[in-house]
Design a protein around this ligand. Sequence first.
Ligand code: B12
Ligand code: SF4
Length: 409
Amino acid sequence: MKFLLIYPKWEKLDRQTRFTLPPHGPVVMAATLPADVDVKFIDENVDAINFDEGCDFVGISIMLTAQVKRGWEIADAFRARGIKVMCGGIATMLHAEESELHADAVFLGEAEGRMEQVFADFKAGRLQNVYNFMQDQPPIESVGTARRSILNRDMYNYRGVQMVDLVHASRGCRFNCYPCAVRFLGGRSFRPRPYDRVIEELSSIENNRLFIVDNSLAQDKDWEMGLFKEMIPLKKKWCSHPIEDDDKVLDLAAQAGAWFIYQAIFDSSNHIRDRVKRYHDYGIAVEGSILLGLDYHTEDYIKRLVDFLLEIELDMAEFTVLTPFPHTRTFDDLHKEGRIFSYDWNDYTCGKVVFQPKLMSPEKLQEMYYYAWDKFYEEEPQNYKMFKMLKRVMDKERADGTFKPRVRP
Ligand code: B12
Ligand code: SF4
């Protein structure tokens, strides 16, 4: 049977350099399909969908809120042709009830160990409207190597330079940050994968450059250090969300190939200054993730914050505006206070203001978003800073003999 798995197009952040990373949820989900399912994958961000392509069943993998409306449009179009559609993925869980209106089946939760039942139901003509496994997570040991062979690999490069492959070493998160939905999605327990499964997966990836997409690696120091030790012989180069601010951890991370870290930067304190400096001391670059529009943010505060980022020589910066995603505390508060003025999910890109900020107008916050991007990249444009980051990884690769030239037109 032919299963068409689709990852809908989504709008990128205004001002951010355009490049596309391979999606991860769909390739992990594809690894869980029963052996007799013939899967074809389309990432609409890099390839067009042929709605008249013959297939028996369509799956739509939706990660972002800004992707849901396009996902539903695609679902409607296939259903209008008489083909059954199942939606899954992070944003399907966050928008479950609305998704039910557009799909024959809505799958909520992790796919491991569940697809045999779903596909048996489909074949028997008894597909259920909702499969809800959110409170019943599969054992973490059952997470296998993602099925990256379904990707159209040539599309994921930046000006001919090989970008990263995505991989994860754990699920869940024990924190509960204000704007984040991970607590709702994965529960608050941290679920590390066994080292041998992670190392087996990392070894199977031809690409030397990786993005370890775990929510945060800074959750269990012993596990984190053990992981880095196991990774050293692989000589991979990788970026990730934060790692522990500890000399032993930073040293092991550097030895294991840490290239750059996405670090949330929320103020201009000495704590942040030292945190960034310590990464730099270990040869690890930092891409700051900076959220604008918190209740204490004024125009002046944002201007000073951008000056601070330049002063501490942050390598790259990604500015976003606070966005009240469903199932977050941000949504609950702003909704209750009547401060959300757009519930059009296409606006939820993190680059558009959809709520009334406390100390400025929405228009001013939007203006400050553009100000932050423009000011930070005024002297050294984004392409240049990105080139410096890529050069950094190439230098590391040349130093340990792992550099592979791979230039695409
Ligand atoms: C990787 C990632 C990215 C990558 C995506 C790369 C790509 N090409 O798609 C990048 C870096 C580009 C990215 C960007 C953003 N991201 Co992001 N990202 C993630 C992250 C860290 C991992 C997602 C992942 O791969 N998980 C692991 C996979 C295996 O899990 P999964 O997708 O749930 O898949 C499983 C199941 O859902 C199921 N499944 C999946 N698909 C399907 C389909 C079917 C049919 C079925 C049955 C099952 C199924 O099977 C899988 C295996 O069990 C998540 C947080 C997290 N840890 O989940 C945030 C997350 C998804 N991102 C988020 C956000 C906010 C963003 C941004 C909007 C803002 C930002 N700066 O972070 C930007 C986009 C800005 C823009 N407009 O340009 C939010 C989502 C908020 C929302 N409601 O939209 C999350 C949840 C982070 C958070 N802390 O809140 N992101
Ligand atoms: S923002 Fe990151 S660290 Fe905080 S709860 Fe979400 S996933 Fe965990």
